[in-house]
Design a protein around this ligand. Structure first.
Ligand SMILES: [Zn+2]
Length: 342
């Protein structure tokens, strides 16, 4: 089968497009004929090598995907050949205390499709049955491939952790990436007043089109002063910051008393200064979060059906041009998801 894979860690030059054997399924697996897959920044971390994570080479990249069931393991019960399905990329043991509490993304063995195990940039991928979901009515195959990782991450942060409410004010640091865009779309559906930041006026314009109330170009304006001005001097209820070191202090300053900060990444670095007095005096909560649980995935799928929320798709490349797609993602020019057609 055709696939995009790496034979060692390194720069873009280690990415190959070629033939690999079709995977053989175990009794609890489903084999899926992938039609679309979606890029995530995780692809780049896996390509370069994540400390502590060993992958078996050749390793197929890709965490998000949707397609058609090709074959079902003997012990599976929910699917049959021909079903249209999408993949929940989070793999957990299912039997530890955290898994039994329904906190799958806190399982000690938690990992993602395409990270420790072969991913979705291939004609076929095998995943455990519990990671397979029917594509909800109304969602196209390409949309089904585009949303799971980023929307599930956004859902857990906003709904389960920050417990957002209609009418609250919400600041998104750096709009354009998959999780930030998912946060904006969920917040817009839930009637929050969302402010986004970017260095690109065009991205701010696009953000307004999908529900942002206000945009701040941080190259031209001071984010803290502008947030204060927009909120009548109060600050916002919630900040989403996955930029990290470069923006952390400003993000904390932009919160009103009792505000909540949510984070699922630190692309500019993980070490930053925190004014602890501000945290306790203003009674600020900081929520770290990663991916989501099986239950949260079900909640999200239901929400998308009811609310009609659809992921923003920026561009779609053929599988053989994956290297170009990854380069495009690294250029940070995209707004929404970059897809691969297989
Ligand atoms: Zn577990």
């Amino acid at each position: 089968m055709k696939a995009v894979f790496i034979k060692k860690h390194g720069g873009p030059e280690v990415i190959h497009y070629g033939d690999l054997p079709k995977p053989e399924i175990e009794e609890n697996d489903v084999l899926i004929n992938i039609k679309y897959a979606a890029l995530n920044h995780l692809d780049i971390w896996v390509r370069m090598g994540i400390p502590g994570i060993k992958v078996k080479f050749p390793h197929i990249l890709g965490s998000d995907g949707a397609g058609i069931v090709e074959e079902c393991g003997n012990k599976t019960t929910s699917f049959k050949k021909g079903d249209k399905v999408l993949i929940d990329p989070g793999i957990s043991c299912g039997i530890c205390t955290m898994c039994r509490k329904g906190e799958h993304s806190q399982c000690k063995t938690f990992h993602l499709v395409g990270e420790h195990i072969d991913g979705t940039y291939a004609e076929f991928v095998k995943v455990p049955e519990e990671n397979v979901h029917p594509i909800p009515d109304g969602l196209t195959m390409i949309e089904a491939a585009a949303f799971p990782l980023t929307f599930l991450t956004a859902w857990r942060m906003l709904i389960s952790k920050a417990k957002i409410k209609a009418g609250e004010t919400f600041l998104i640091i750096g709009i354009g990436g998959g999780v930030a865009t998912a946060c904006l779309q969920l917040a817009a559906s839930m009637k929050l007043k969302t402010i986004v930041t970017s260095s690109d006026d065009n991205k701010i314009k696009k953000a307004r089109e999908i529900g942002a109330f206000e945009g701040i170009n941080y190259k031209k304006e001071d984010v803290y002063k502008k947030v204060k001005a927009i909120t009548g001097g109060e600050g916002v209820d919630i900040v989403f910051d996955s930029v990290g070191a470069e923006t952390w202090e400003t993000s904390l300053k932009c919160l009103k008393r009792g505000g909540r900060l949510i984070t699922c990444g630190a692309t500019s670095g993980g070490i930053a200064q925190t004014d602890i007095q501000r945290v306790f005096w203003n009674q600020i909560s900081i929520f770290g979060s990663t991916m989501g649980s099986r239950g949260e995935m079900n909640e999200l799928l239901n929400f998308m059906k009811v609310a009609g929320t659809r992921p923003v798709i920026d561009e779609c490349f053929p599988l053989k041009d994956y290297k170009k797609a990854q380069k495009y993602m690294e250029s940070k020019k995209q707004f929404g998801k970059i897809l691969i057609e297989i």
